[in-house]
Design a protein. Structure first.
Length: 333
């Protein structure tokens, strides 16, 4: 994201493993805006459909292992869908290159198994609005990992300001729900650990996609991580049985949205610096609140003026992070 850094071109210089792909719609400003908004719109619909899925499969609130099994099936399906669509587009089977197994395993553990193990258990012990507030901290963790651990880009005041403004929008929209409750390690603490895994996974995807097709990394990572979650869920006594006709259509939709959203996200991370992409994550909880109100009939918890202001803050934060600083320096000169 050197467009965000203060210098003209240090955008990770040459990324590990080779140059980034040049050209194409996803490499343009319109491309990143379209793909990032669509990905977060799909992700924003997930919480509502997960709750609908729990009801359709008859999963009790405290049945953690059945939820892990549910998540494992979702991501395994998402992986196969991503690989199938990618194979059709490339007109060949998308198989990992020799030496890519380690990268796929790391992403499978971080972005699928660990991230959603912590998320699904944490969500069982905290309010939904709190999870919506904590989850976008993955943006901060991604920027910190990229700047301080992997030294891929600079953490400039402009990036920090944009993230703080975007996070203010997240806090505002999260306050639309009812407050209450304390803080639990296996609740809010696990949601935070999920965000750490997601942030680190985004940075690693940015690095790994210089050496391997991002759809391969995403698809096989989902299949591997999902299979691990299925094994854990079954070993822990988890069971799934459709309690209504909508159960499997919901599961298919959840797999579809994960395949499309993560594939788009992975391709954006392949083409752009981390900070320019992950700041769009602040749109996720905004879409989540609105779509949950519509799909779950939660209009009584929706404060429309507050949501509109929150969305304005989110878009302002995205704009600040994506505005090249060199333009402002040239203007000042």
């Amino acid at each position: 994201m050197s467009v965000l850094s203060g210098s003209p071109a240090p955008r990770e210089s040459v990324p590990p493993g080779g140059p980034r792909p040049a050209g194409g719609f996803l490499s343009t400003t319109a491309g990143i805006l379209t793909a990032a908004v669509l990905a977060n719109l799909l992700w924003g619909s997930a919480p509502a459909f997960i709750k609908l899925g729990y009801e359709a499969f008859g999963i009790a609130a405290e049945d953690v292992m059945s939820k892990i099994l549910f998540a494992g099936l979702r991501f395994t399906l998402a992986g196969f869908l991503a690989l199938l669509s990618g194979s059709l587009l490339h007109r060949r089977a998308l198989l990992p290159k020799r030496g890519s197994g380690g990268m796929i395993l790391v992403l499978a553990l971080l972005q699928t198994a660990f991230q959603y193990f912590f998320y699904y258990i944490g969500l069982s012990h905290t309010a939904g609005y709190k999870a919506a507030l904590i989850s976008p901290t993955s943006t901060f963790f991604a920027l910190l990992f990229a700047a301080l651990v992997f030294r891929q880009e600079k953490l400039t005041p402009q990036k920090v300001l944009g993230c703080l403004i975007g996070f203010a929008g997240v806090v505002l929209v999260s306050l639309s729900g009812q407050s209450g409750g304390g803080v639990r390690l296996d609740g809010e603490g696990f949601i935070l650990l999920s965000s750490v895994c997601g942030g680190c996974g985004s940075v690693l995807m940015n690095r790994y996609s210089a050496r391997e097709d991002p759809i391969v990394l995403c698809g096989w990572g989902f299949v591997t991580g999902g299979a691990l979650m299925i094994a854990v869920g079954l070993a822990g006594g988890g069971r799934l049985a459709a309690a209504s006709a909508s159960a499997w259509p919901i599961m298919i939709y959840l797999g579809f949205l994960s395949a499309v959203a993560y594939s788009l996200w992975s391709m954006l991370l392949q083409r752009h610096p981390v900070s320019r992409v992950v700041v769009f994550s602040f749109l996720n909880p905004v879409f989540g609140v609105v779509l949950s109100a519509v799909l779950l009939d939660e209009f009584s918890t929706l404060n429309v003026p507050r949501c509109l202001l929150a969305m304005a803050l989110v878009f302002l934060g995205v704009r600040i992070v994506n505005c090249p600083e060199r333009h402002r320096k040239a203007h000042a000169a």
